[in-house]
Design a protein around this ligand. Structure first.
Ligand code: TXA
Ligand code: MG
Length: 343
């Protein structure tokens, strides 16, 4: 029997793709310093080549290091990928890495244009998953990895999801069990600090408030600014084939929707419009962390069950639900068109 870790390393060093577990979602990884390997990611995903990839980096800190030694270790590692690394990046790395946070920085000269989608910036993340951290430490380089799904489809949070997604390919999947966070990392852009401060490009389970507290700075959100720059910010994304709607999003209930998945929080009374339908109930967990962990598995499962409509309770308006709400709004926007399966 081959050791999966050794096989993964051999494949990555040979310029092959390997699907890897992270705490957020599974990634489709390639050696970030090998342009031919990186191109395979775009081919496999059917992803436009101008969409930049996140480079996953190892954890450089050893047990027993002092705070200033840790800071120096992050600074040294980040300088391999980024130039003019600001103090804010070191603070966020020290506080949230390994973890579900991606930093956008000015790229170092050697970073391949294939990785950055020809932009002058690079996305970096140290993932908090024991298998990924072990792999990255042994690989001794960066792994470019987008979520391991076809472009526009739902991100995978188990090895089985990845195998299903790429069943037509001979892809090695390093199985690290179900992802514990379940939705993609928060992305924060630190390349316009002097004019706009830190800007969140994609919300995730590390919140604006947590970053503000760590930095003692106000952090803004791209959604209140200009045009989207990241695929995760296209309005329709993570899209199931089945039509989905929020309770408050329907002026009237569609007559044709007979077979309905009613996805709601505990205690919500059955909406009168559903009295005469064939209803399958799904009760949601009441914490955003629990919902995030199971969200994509739930969407995949519901999408496979041929409902006419997936009817969702509105989410609480508190900011701690922002990241989950963001994914569900996109799923609703892209749903019912076949977009999720065909892109
Ligand atoms: O949690 C995650 O971030 C997962 C795991 C695998 O790490 N990865 C992930 O990758 O979600 P992906 O490619 O599906 O989404 C990454 C997003 C994309 O929307 C991409 O456009 C954006 O990050 N991104 C990467 N580099 C960027 C850059 N230099 N500037 C702006 N956006 C960038
Ligand atoms: Mg993705």
């Amino acid at each position: 029997m081959h050791d999966p870790m050794e096989s993964a390393l051999t494949r990555l060093r040979a310029g092959e793709l390997v699907a890897i577990p992270t705490e957020t979602v599974y990634g489709l990884a390639a050696d970030a310093s090998n342009a031919e390997a990186v191109k395979k990611i775009f081919l496999a995903k059917n992803r436009p080549s101008n969409h930049p990839l996140i480079v996953h980096i190892p954890h450089p800190c050893k047990e027993g290091m002092t705070a200033s030694e840790k800071n120096a270790a992050w600074a040294e590692l980040l300088s391999k990928w980024a130039r003019d690394v600001p103090e804010e990046a070191l603070i966020l790395a020290g506080k949230f890495w390994p973890g579900p946070l991606t930093l956008i920085l000015h790229k170092a000269k050697n970073v391949l244009p294939e990785v950055t989608g020809n932009q002058e910036t690079v996305g970096l993340r140290c993932p908090n998953h024991p298998v990924a951290l072990d792999l990255l430490e042994k690989f001794e380089g960066g792994l470019a990895a987008p979520s391991a799904n076809r472009f526009g489809h739902i991100s995978p949070t188990t090895a089985a999801h990845v195998r299903h997604e790429f069943s037509d390919m001979d892809l090695m999947v390093l199985d690290g069990g179900p992802c514990t966070v379940g939705i993609e990392s928060t992305i924060v852009d630190l390349t316009r600090l002097s004019t706009q401060g830190p800007v969140i490009l994609r919300p995730g389970m590390i919140s604006r408030q947590e970053m503000e507290a760590a930095l003692n700075l106000s952090v803004s959100d791209i959604r209140s600014n200009a045009a989207p720059r990241v695929s995760g910010s296209l309005s329709a994304h993570y899209a199931p084939r089945t039509a989905m709607a929020f309770f408050s999003g329907l002026a009237s209930f569609p007559e044709r929707a007979r077979k309905v998945a009613w996805v709601h929080f505990p205690g919500t009374p059955l909406p009168p419009a559903l009295h005469s339908r064939e209803v399958t109930e799904v009760v949601l967990p009441i914490s955003p962390e629990d919902l995030a962990r199971n969200l994509y598995a739930l969407l995949r499962d519901l999408d496979g069950r041929h409902f006419d409509l997936i009817f969702l309770d509105d989410l609480p308006s508190e900011t701690r639900w922002d990241a989950v709400r963001d994914r569900l709004v996109r799923a609703v926007n892209g749903s019912g068109t076949g977009v999720g399966q065909s892109r």
